[in-house]
Design a protein around this ligand. Structure first.
Ligand SMILES: [Zn+2]
Length: 435
């Protein structure tokens, strides 16, 4: 049965950098019509209402905003408990906080409890799709996939066979078998996809990277996720570990790991040869502004990536990042780019968080906007959810001003509802004063 949702509605049909104002569709009084979890129509309410069958339920969200669900292109679910831990940069952060937290995932029940918390937190923040690092334990993938419900997730078991605590290391030999089992179990099940997940070059031997290469060749539609060039000390370490490499990115290139479904987090210390290789290969970048600021890693160069036609998505990188909210991460992205003397209007930010993220994950034929036939993942945003944003909205004179204020000031409090395949899986509880 059809369901109709009436509100101010917006989505992106193209990249605003390339297509300007025409990239965003905006219906100030719009209607989104869903059937069997898919979009069947979107447009002006005045045009679509007379075409609806008389018994179609109409859910009236005016004066709130409906937009496509937010997409987080890089996040670690085992790191929920170390978010906002004090005082370290990347390599110390891993040893001091991350590895002990990930060690707890040897207990399947613990993994299950964190997976449930993690999925709920994504939904509460309006995130409907994420590309996720599990821990090194194969059952950590099972726990997350079982908790995902109908959510669209790309997930992989972390691969590390050196430079990590012994209890967290797998081996080049187990890499092939474990991944093959997980691919067969989860890749293509419901809305789940699998990603080969070497943590980063320093924690994999040549033999393990060769095993990843073999898996990529055997399963070409499986994704790959990893980190590259996040921190200067890390970059110097990679040059020592792989003395034959032209650059950090070149290590992955050597093993044939730059391909369309590959996504590289951070990419702060690339040169133009690296960027040209990413652009040619179709691989994408996860821009992780909150994490890059929190861990003091550096400032991402968005314009340089765009110049080389690299797909870029926005990412929280929790627990290195300090917020699950993609709106908060866009706020940090704006500030990072200000320090690079670059601009990011709201349309560009919200594009990165929806259709841009879908393109980076190569999921744009299924999600990212309200094109007819796409999966109906959407969120309802209340721009007036806090006194501060309500008074700011009252002084905004056009849609761009309102969206910019929302991008700078918005967070989980502004997400009224999150829909997955047309079903409300999160609705913000009403707050009532106790007297
Ligand atoms: Zn990360």
């Amino acid at each position: 049965m059809k369901q109709a949702y009436r509100a101010e509605i917006l989505d992106f049909i193209n990249d605003p950098v390339l297509y300007g104002l025409d990239a965003m569709r905006h219906f100030s009084d719009g209607l989104l019509v869903i059937e069997a979890g898919k979009v069947v129509a979107v447009g002006d309410a005045a045009t679509l209402l007379p075409l609806l069958e008389v018994n179609t339920p109409i859910h009236d969200y005016r004066p709130q905003i409906i937009m496509p669900g937010l997409i987080d292109t890089h996040i670690h679910y085992p790191q929920c408990e170390v978010i906002a831990s004090y005082g370290t940069q990347l390599l110390d952060w891993l040893n001091t906080y991350t590895f002990p937290a990930e060690g707890k995932f040897s207990d399947f029940k613990y993994a299950q409890s964190v997976a449930k918390f993690f999925i709920d937190e994504l939904h509460r923040n309006g995130t409907t799709t994420a590309m996720v690092f599990a821990s090194v334990h194969p059952h950590s993938v099972d726990a997350l996939c079982e908790a995902a419900g109908d959510m669209r997730l790309i997930v992989g078991k972390v691969l590390m066979d050196r430079n990590a605590p012994h209890s967290l290391c797998d081996s080049a030999a187990s890499t092939y078998d474990d991944n093959k089992t997980l691919i067969k179990r989860w890749h293509g099940q419901k809305r789940l996809s699998y990603a080969l997940t070497p943590r980063f070059a320093p924690t994999s031997t040549d033999a393990q990277l060769q095993a990843v290469q073999a898996l990529h060749h055997e399963f070409p539609d499986v994704h790959l996720q990893t980190h590259v060039a996040e921190n200067k000390e890390e970059v110097a370490w990679v040059a020592e570990l792989f003395p034959w490499s032209r650059s950090y990115l070149d290590v992955y290139d050597h093993y044939d790991l730059l391909f369309e479904r590959a996504l590289f987090a951070h990419c702060l210390y690339l040169n133009d040869t690296d960027r040209a290789r990413l652009g040619e290969s179709g691989a994408a970048i996860a821009f992780c502004p909150s994490s890059n600021l929190f861990l003091g890693s550096g400032l991402f160069d968005l314009q340089a990536a765009q110049k080389h036609n690299i797909q870029v998505g926005i990412a929280s990188d929790v627990g290195g990042g300090t917020s699950f909210s993609i709106l908060q991460n866009l706020s940090d992205a704006y500030k990072v780019l200000q320090l690079k003397q670059q601009a990011m209007p709201a349309r560009q930010g919200l594009y990165l968080a929806t259709l841009g993220g879908a393109r980076a994950l190569k999921l744009d034929t299924q999600i990212g906007n309200f094109e007819v036939g796409k999966e109906a993942d959407f969120i309802v945003i209340d721009p007036d959810a806090t006194p501060l944003t309500a008074q700011r909205m009252a002084h905004a004179t056009n849609i761009d001003e309102r969206l910019f204020a929302l991008m700078m000031l918005g967070d989980d409090r502004h997400i009224s509802a999150t829909y997955i395949l047309g079903e409300a899986i999160y609705t913000k509880p009403f707050c009532t004063l106790q007297t």
